[in-house]
Design a protein around this ligand. Structure first.
Ligand code: ADP
Ligand code: MG
Length: 725
C-alpha cells in the first residue's frame, strides 16, 4: 500500500525513480499522480502527421506502411527505414542498429512512436524513436492490459521517459494506492457533484471515455480553485482581524467645503463608490478595496474625496502613482482641485486648509528633507509620490489611508509592506483602469473587496478609433491632416511610438509596458526618428516635443506642465503617457506601429484623448497585413470602447501565467488546470465555498487534508503566485 507521500523509489525502484526525478521532478507518488496526461489518443485513431514541427518532442500514433533494411556503407551496422502514415501523410522513421525491430514493425501494424522531430533531405523524420506497439497484446506484460482502455493517455514526457513508461508507473501507483484522505469535504463534493480524489486520479489516468476524463479533471480543477480561494479567504479574514482608526468627515470640514466648490456634479457611480469608501473608512477595520474604473471615469476625484475624509479626521493620506510623470500630474491636479483648501500656511488660505506634498526620486536633497519633515510632523495632510515611496524611510505622523493608482499588478506582498507603514494598519484603496475580468480580480485581488466605476461623466464624446494601414499612403496623409486640423482648432495631440530610439534599443524604462515587443522583424517607430521627420514634414510649423522616460525627470515634468497649459501642440511620446495622464484638451492620438501593443494597453492609451467635451480620435497606424492576428486585435480595439470586453479578449490571447505574473515556467506550476476565463463559474463557486469553510473553521482543523494541501501550495510555487499577483 502506498499513499501520496510515498517516495517513488520504494514503489518503482531506484532506476525508474531517478529517471522520473531527474527528467520530470517527480519524487513522491502524489507528484506522479498529479502529472496529468496532456491529451488522449483514441485507440486506433491516428495522429495527424501534417503538423509535426521540427524540433518538437512528439508522441504519435501511426500505421506502418513500409519497412526496408539497408546496409550501411563501410560498416557492419545496419539501418532500418520505416515509413509510417496517418492514412494521408507519411513520416519516415530511421533506426540504427535495431534490426530486431523488423519483427515488430510489420506493414499494417499500429504503434505509438515518440521522439524528436528532425529533418533529413527536406523530409521530417524521427530518428531512433521509442516504440510502443498497440495491437499485439504482449502476453503477461502490463502494457498489454494498459491498452485495454479505449483512450491512450499521452503524458508530457521527458527525453528518457516516454509516455507509456509514465503510464506504466502511474498504473503501478494506482494499483497499490491505499485509501486517500480527501481534501474536499464530502458535503462540498456532494453539492457540486464531484468525485473523490482517488476516483479522479483513476479517471484522468485510465479513462474509458472522454466523459470520464472530464469528470476527473473537473474534480482536480476544484482542488486548485478551492485551495487558492481558501488562501485568499484567510487573508481577508486576517485583515478583518486587524484594528485601525475609524475616520469620518466633519460636516463642516474639508470634504464638505470641497464638495460645495466642485465645478461639476459627481456621477452616480462616483457618489455610490464614495459612500462605500466612506463607510469602510468609518469602521475600525482597515479598508481593503479595489476600485476598477473605466478609463476617464473620474477616479481621481473619488480618491481625493476619500483622502479628505481622513484629513478631516486629523490623519494623513498618501496617493501613489506608478511613474513620476503621473505623480507630478496628480500633485498638480490635487492642488488645482483643492484651490485655497490646499494652501495651508500660505497667504489667503482657507482656515481649515491642508497641504499637498510631492515626493519623487528626482527631487533635490534639500527639498526632499523638507518634504519628509512636513510629513513626519504632520503639517502635510496629503502626500503624493511614486510607488518608490514604499521602500523609503518616510515617517508619517498619522497615516490613515493609502491609495495606489493605476496598479493592476500590486501583489499581496506589496500590500502587506504598505500596511506596515502606519502606526496602525492604514486603510487601503487600489485603483486601476486596466479592466480586469471579474475572475482575475477574484484571484489576483481575491483578498480585496471590489468596486466598479463604469459610467463616464456626462458630456463626454465617444472616442472614434480607426485602423490606418501603412500601405495606403492617402490614409496616412489624412491621419496627419487630422492632427493639423485639430491643432488648428485649438486642440492638442499625441503621437505614440513603441520605442525611444537613439543609441539604445531598450524599451522606455519609464513606461509601463509589459507587452511583447511584437513579432515582426521590422524595427519599430522610435521617438528619436519620428520627431524630426514630423517636424520637418507632416507637422511642420506645429509645436512638437518629445516625452519619454530617458529624459531627465525635471524636463519631463516641465514638458507635461507645458502640454497641460497648451504651450505644446503635439507630444511625440512612448507609453509613459499610457496611464492616468489627463489633458482634456488633447483630442487626437496617433499610435505608430500599433500592432506592437497589446489590447489593454491600446485601450489605456486611447483613454488619454476624449477626456473633454470635444470628440476624441484614436488612429492606429500599422504595417501589419490584413488578416493577421495583430490586424484582428487592432480591429477589435477599434470596434469597441468597452474595457471589460477588451480585457476578456486580452486575457484570451495571453497565457494565464503572464496575467497572473506567476513564476509558472517549468517545474511545478501552481495552476495546472484552472483557466481563469473558462472556469469563471467554478472559481465563483469555489470562492463561496472557501469563504464558508474559512468562516466556520479558520484554521481548517476539521479539514486536515485540505489544510495540508493549502500548506503545500503556500510554500510551493503558489507562494510566488500569491505574492506577485
Ligand atoms: P481616470 O478615472 O481615468 O483616472 P480622471 O480621474 O483623470 O479619470 O478624470 C478624467 C477627467 O474627468 C478629469 O478631467 C476630471 O476632472 C473629469 N471628471 C471627473 N469626474 C467628473 C464628473 N463627475 N463630471 C465631469 N467631469 C469629471
Ligand atoms: Mg487616473
Amino acid at each position: 500500500m502506498v499513499d501520496l507521500d510515498t517516495p517513488l523509489k520504494s514503489l518503482l525502484g531506484p532506476r525508474a525513480a531517478t529517471l522520473l526525478a531527474e527528467g520530470l521532478e517527480l519524487h513522491v507518488v502524489g507528484d506522479l499522480l498529479a502529472h496529468l496526461p496532456r491529451r488522449y489518443h483514441e485507440r486506433g485513431e491516428l495522429t495527424d502527421l501534417a503538423d509535426l514541427v521540427v524540433g518538437d518532442t512528439v508522441t504519435v500514433q501511426a500505421r506502418v506502411e513500409k519497412i526496408e533494411r539497408r546496409p550501411m556503407r563501410g560498416s557492419r551496422r545496419s539501418m532500418l527505414r520505416v515509413t509510417v502514415t496517418d492514412g494521408t501523410h507519411p513520416l519516415a522513421l530511421t533506426f540504427f542498429n535495431q534490426s530486431w525491430r523488423e519483427r515488430d514493425l510489420r506493414a499494417g501494424t499500429t504503434a505509438l512512436f515518440a521522439g524528436k522531430v528532425d529533418e533529413y533531405r527536406g523530409h521530417r523524420q524521427l530518428t531512433n524513436p521509442e516504440v510502443q506497439l498497440l495491437e499485439s497484446e504482449v502476453e503477461g506484460d502490463v502494457t498489454g492490459a494498459q491498452f485495454a482502455n479505449a483512450l491512450v493517455p499521452i503524458y508530457p514526457a521527458a527525453a528518457k521517459v516516454p509516455s507509456w513508461t509514465l503510464a506504466r508507473c502511474v498504473r503501478l501507483a494506482l494499483d497499490s494506492l491505499g485509501p486517500l484522505e480527501d481534501p474536499l469535504p464530502e458535503d462540498l463534493r456532494r453539492r457540486h457533484r464531484l468525485c473523490t480524489l482517488a476516483e479522479a486520479y483513476r479517471l484522468v489516468h485510465q479513462p474509458s471515455s472522454r466523459v470520464e476524463v472530464a469528470t476527473g479533471r473537473k474534480r482536480l480543477t476544484w482542488d486548485e480553485a478551492l485551495v487558492l480561494q481558501v488562501a485568499l479567504a484567510r487573508r481577508r479574514r486576517d485583515v478583518q482581524a486587524l484594528a485601525t482608526t475609524a475616520r469620518s468627515a466633519r460636516p463642516d470640514g474639508l470634504l464638505a467645503a470641497f464638495d460645495a466648490a466642485l465645478p461639476f456634479p459627481l456621477t452616480a457611480g462616483q457618489r455610490e463608490v464614495g459612500a462605500t469608501i466612506a463607510a469602510d473608512i468609518g469602521r475600525p477595520v482597515p479598508m481593503h478595496r479595489l476600485l476598477q474604473g473605466e478609463v476617464g471615469s473620474g477616479k481621481t476625484v473619488v480618491a481625493l474625496r476619500s483622502m479628505l475624509i481622513v484629513v478631516d479626521a486629523g490623519g494623513q493620506a498618501v496617493l501613489l502613482a506608478p511613474t513620476e510623470t503621473l505623480a507630478a500630474q496628480h500633485y498638480r491636479s490635487l492642488r488645482e482641485m483643492l484651490g485655497d483648501l490646499a494652501r495651508s500656511g500660505e497667504l489667503g488660505a482657507d482656515e481649515q486648509a491642508t497641504r499637498v506634498i510631492l515626493v519623487t526620486g528626482s527631487m533635490g536633497a534639500r527639498a526632499r528633507r523638507e518634504a519628509l519633515a512636513d510629513i513626519s510632523e504632520g503639517s502635510a495632510g496629503l502626500v503624493v509620490g511614486t510607488h518608490a515611496l514604499l521602500h523609503e524611510e518616510v515617517v508619517f505622523a498619522d497615516l490613515g489611508l493609502i491609495i495606489v493608482d493605476e496598479q493592476h499588478r500590486f501583489g499581496v506582498e506589496q500590500r502587506d509592506a504598505l500596511r506596515a507603514r502606519g502606526r496602525r494598519p492604514p486603510h487601503l484603496l487600489v485603483m486601476t483602469a486596466t479592466p480586469i475580468p471579474r475572475t482575475v480580480a477574484m484571484t489576483v485581488f481575491g483578498d480585496l473587496e471590489v468596486s466598479e466605476l463604469t459610467e463616464l461623466p456626462s458630456g463626454r464624446s465617444p472616442i472614434a478609433t480607426f485602423v490606418v494601414p501603412a500601405a495606403i499612403r492617402s490614409w496616412a496623409d489624412r491621419m496627419w491632416g487630422r492632427i493639423r486640423d485639430e491643432v488648428a482648432a485649438g486642440r492638442q495631440a499625441y503621437v505614440v511610438c513603441p520605442r525611444i530610439g537613439g543609441d539604445s534599443l531598450d524599451d522606455d524604462p519609464g513606461a509601463l509596458s509589459d507587452e511583447p515587443a511584437g513579432q515582426t522583424g521590422r524595427p519599430a517607430a522610435t521617438v528619436t526618428d519620428v520627431l524630426p521627420q514630423l517636424m520637418d514634414g507632416e507637422l511642420a510649423g506645429l509645436r512638437v516635443e518629445p516625452l519619454h522616460g530617458r529624459l531627465p525627470a525635471a524636463q519631463r515634468e516641465a514638458t507635461m506642465t507645458r502640454f497641460a497649459q497648451g504651450e505644446i501642440d503635439v507630444l511625440v511620446a512612448t507609453t509613459v503617457i499610457e496611464v492616468g495622464v489627463n489633458v482634456p484638451n488633447a483630442t487626437v492620438m496617433v499610435v505608430l506601429d500599433a500592432d506592437r501593443f497589446g489590447v489593454s494597453q491600446l485601450h489605456q492609451l486611447r483613454g488619454r484623448v476624449g477626456r473633454g467635451t470635444a470628440p476624441g480620435w484614436c488612429l492606429l497606424h500599422t504595417a501589419t497585413d490584413q488578416g493577421t492576428p495583430a490586424w484582428h486585435r487592432l480591429g477589435a480595439v477599434a470596434a469597441t470602447n468597452d474595457g471589460a470586453e477588451l480585457a476578456r479578449l486580452d486575457l484570451a490571447q495571453r497565457r494565464e501565467g503572464d496575467v497572473l505574473g506567476a513564476a509558472q515556467s517549468g517545474g511545478r506550476r501552481s495552476l495546472k488546470l484552472l483557466a481563469l476565463l473558462r472556469d469563471e463559474d467554478l472559481i465563483r463557486e469555489a470562492r463561496t465555498e472557501a469563504t464558508r469553510l474559512v468562516d466556520a473553521d479558520p484554521e481548517l482543523d476539521r479539514h486536515p487534508a485540505l489544510r495540508r494541501l493549502l500548506d503545500a501550495a503556500l510554500d510551493d510555487a503558489s507562494a510566488a503566485f500569491l505574492e506577485k499577483g
